[in-house]
Write a protein that binds this ligand. Structure first.
Ligand SMILES: [Zn+2]
Length: 459
């Protein structure tokens, strides 16, 4: 038996691992790569060859860097099932269709931009919304803790990873060995979702390491910091722009703002969620209370809908979105995409980045070479839609909303999967973070490896 590391090797995007067993091959996650434009296009356009031999696909959660290339896989002829939890399946209905639309827009934009270039050959979208819909027919949902056999003699069980709605660790049992794929590991004491489960004992662990060299502050501190940012912006009558992932982060920020208003820590100012995807995803949240923690269920009993309140407006149409440009502050606009690489957030950044009255609040992880990362780095000149803009708006980074475990959470995860663990493979992290986590794990007598892209590990 062996594992091929086909993505998320020494980087945080493009999760893709192929487990080859005597009875068949299982692909764990089929994520989209995000990074430098050119490289992104190239890597997402042609999936690694071994992927096409997969007999079954296991999907840990709906984030695009784990699920985003499933439509490409299906388009290229994959006929098998894609196994995930019910909430992940429902989220993917919105997430993958949205991703298809983004691919269509990207291709259209580029073809239009270079139409006068004699060397330009029109490109096709990596996949379309239609391709995404087609892929959805192959999704098969299994709830947490109900084992199933995606191929003969290989048993899989999902456990609650507490990272985003429906997220799972996948325990694969084959040839007398237990291999645990962590997907992304959530944090304890976060709103809405339950804490990550204690992982099952495993002989091999393939685990994420996004925050392998960092800890997050408590969520309460983050909420208070957010209150301070809001109050400062209110005093300047500025706009607060929050680039946010449509899945999980948006709902957490909305939930947090709802709490801050109820506790009278911030005044009642208009809040807009300007992302059709976030609206759809929030709808899926409402249909999966089985994934909520006790506090959220109690909140709903006492106060009703945690994702809807008086000052909050969800905007769907383009006209509503454009109309926000003319609105005067103070106000909050939460919009996608999370890493500021596409979608409506780009328009809001373009319209608001040059005024010192405005604030951009970063609430998520920004991968290298993304516009979001350039904001985090505090650059004064930022290119948006190909045009350089002087950044005068204040940029505030609030790390505490992260849906990923910090260093200690990751160490605990690896420890609890042991002590019979023969090897821990660190994936889904940038190399500095991975090296530091590896050192911490080695101090605890664990056998650790940081695979490179294309590496093969014999189990
Ligand atoms: Zn994730």
């Amino acid at each position: 038996m062996r594992i091929l590391f086909l993505g998320a090797a020494q980087t945080v995007t493009g999760s893709m691992f192929l487990l080859e067993t005597d009875s068949g091959k299982i692909l764990v996650d089929c994520g989209m790569y995000q990074g430098r434009r050119q490289e992104t296009r190239k890597r997402n356009r042609s999936l690694p060859m071994p992927v096409h031999d997969a007999d079954a696909v296991i999907l840990t959660h709906a984030h695009i860097d784990h699920s985003g290339n499933i439509p490409s896989l299906v388009k290229s002829g994959y006929k098998g099932s894609i196994y995930c939890t019910p909430a992940t399946r429902d989220l993917c209905q919105s997430m993958l269709r949205d991703s298809g639309r983004i691919q269509e827009h990207d291709a259209e934009y580029l073809n239009n931009k270079y139409r006068h270039d004699p060397d330009w050959q029109n490109i096709q979208p990596i996949y379309t919304e239609k391709d995404a819909v087609k892929a959805l027919y192959q999704f098969v949902a299994y709830p947490y803790w109900r084992s199933f056999y995606p191929i003969e003699k290989v048993r899989v069980t999902f456990f609650d990873a507490g990272h985003v709605l429906g997220s799972a660790f996948a325990l694969v049992e084959a040839e007398g060995k237990r291999i645990l794929f962590s997907g992304d590991i959530g944090r304890v004491n976060m709103p809405i979702l339950r804490d990550p489960e204690v992982p099952a004992k495993a002989d091999y662990v393939v685990m994420e390491s996004t925050y392998g060299n960092r800890e997050h502050g408590p969520i309460e501190d983050t909420r208070n910091a957010l209150a301070q940012v809001v109050n400062e912006a209110v005093a300047k009558k500025g706009k607060i722009i929050i680039p946010s992932f449509a899945l999980e982060r948006t709902q957490e920020v909305v939930y947090g703002l709802n709490e801050l208003i109820r506790q009278k820590k911030i005044p009642q100012i208009p809040i807009f969620v300007d992302s059709p995807l976030a609206v759809n995803v929030t709808h899926v949240f409402k249909t999966h209370p089985e994934c909520y923690d006790y506090e959220t269920l109690k909140f709903m009993e006492e106060h009703g809908d945690p994702f809807g309140f008086e000052m909050l407006t969800y905007t769907q149409s383009v006209q509503e979105s454009i109309a926000l440009n003319d609105e005067k502050g103070p106000m909050i606009i939460i919009s996608a995409s999370g890493m500021c690489e596409a979608g409506r957030i780009l328009h809001h950044l373009r319209n608001n980045i040059e005024s010192p009255d405005n604030t951009i609040v970063i609430v998520g992880f920004m991968a290298q070479h993304t516009l979001g990362r350039r904001l985090v780095e505090g650059r004064e000149e930022i290119k948006i839609f190909g045009i350089k803009r002087r950044r005068r708006a204040k940029v505030v980074v609030l790390d505490g909303f992260s849906a990923h475990a910090g260093q200690q959470g990751l160490i605990n995860f690896a420890k609890m999967a042991g002590p019979e663990t023969q090897k821990v493979f660190l994936v889904h992290g940038e190399i500095d973070s991975q090296k530091e986590l590896a050192q911490e794990l080695k101090k605890r007598q664990m056998n650790v490896e940081i695979p490179s892209m294309g590496d093969i590990a014999q189990l």
